[in-house]
Design a protein around this ligand. Structure first.
Ligand code: NAD
Length: 249
């Protein structure tokens, strides 16, 4: 098992069809104790309760709140003593065009997708540095690379591009402490973020541009997170793993 006796924290992991929950299930099946963080405490607890047997936790944490992140880290570290992997997965999107972005939606999208990565990383980095070990994986998006996704607005692209810069900077800064920081950049993955908005016609249109001839699923991304959290990627930091079926070749 790739994560035997490891402790992993995953943000945005209570949504049943989401990438975070698929990752939590996979990590638990690989021997990890998993901490599920999400906005709603009951949902996070219930999600943790559905994982394969193990010592899992579900905690409320709005990643855009520094206090919430510090509190989640304090509770987690009091419970387990340390963590091995942090998956900065939480995110939101909004399909609007540049001229329609108002200050509030700019702040909301940047706060969750980018500020949240900083705050949650800041909450766990000191304990990782103390142990001289840790892996952080951050959720970016193909939207950052191609200047727009199917459903995300320009502010979403900006936030997810910011995640790439932040993750690479943290990889440089914390490499000497044996803390690795990497990103995943998924293409179109079928989850609640995308699901409801996808007509059959649009789906076929999108698939035409994907060499592997299908949309992604949450498990495709969970597998990349697993690689980054495990020792299989022990010599990989500052990297960006595309999980997009070839959409960007
Ligand atoms: P999802 O909506 O199923 O999952 C997002 C989760 O984040 C939800 O559980 C939600 O409650 C949680 N969340 C939202 N705001 C939060 C906050 N402030 N604090 C803590 N948790 C919060 O969608 P998903 O597709 O599984 O998305 C997961 C990540 O993948 C997001 O960062 C998204 O931007 C990114 N992503 C998704 C796709 C895709 O096609 N689905 C592609 C590229 C990147």
């Amino acid at each position: 098992m790739l994560l035997q006796d490891k402790v992993a924290v995953i943000s945005g992991a209570a949504s049943p069809r989401g990438i975070g929950m698929a990752t939590a299930r996979l990590f638990a099946s690989q021997g990890a104790s998993v901490v599920i963080l999400d906005l709603d405490e009951t949902a996070a607890r219930e999600a943790a309760g559905q994982l394969p047997a193990g010592n899992h936790l579900g905690l409320a944490c709005n990643v855009a709140s520094r206090r919430d992140c510090q509190q989640a880290a304090a509770t987690t570290l009091a419970h387990y003593g340390h963590i091995d992997a942090l998956i900065n997965n939480a995110g939101i999107t909004q399909p609007v065009r540049t001229l329609d972005i108002d200050p509030e939606s700019w702040d909301r999208i940047l706060d969750v997708n980018l500020r949240g990565v900083l705050y949650l990383s800041q909450a766990f980095l000191p304990s990782m540095r103390e142990r001289k070990a840790g892996s952080i994986a951050c959720m970016s998006s193909v939207s950052a690379q191609r200047g727009g996704g199917i459903f995300g607005g320009p502010h979403y692209s900006a936030a997810k591009a910011g995640v790439l810069g932040l993750a690479k900077a943290m990889a440089r800064e914390f490499g000497p402490d044996n803390i690795r920081v990497n990103c995943v950049t998924p293409g179109l993955i079928q989850t609640d973020i995308t699901g409801g908005k996808l007509t059959d016609e649009l789906r076929q249109d999108i698939i035409k541009g994907i060499p592997l001839n299908r949309l992604g699923n949450a498990e495709d991304v969970a597998n990349a997170y697993l690689f980054l959290a495990s020792d299989l990627s022990a010599y990989i930091t500052g990297a960006v793993i595309d999980v997009n079926g070839g959409m960007l070749i």
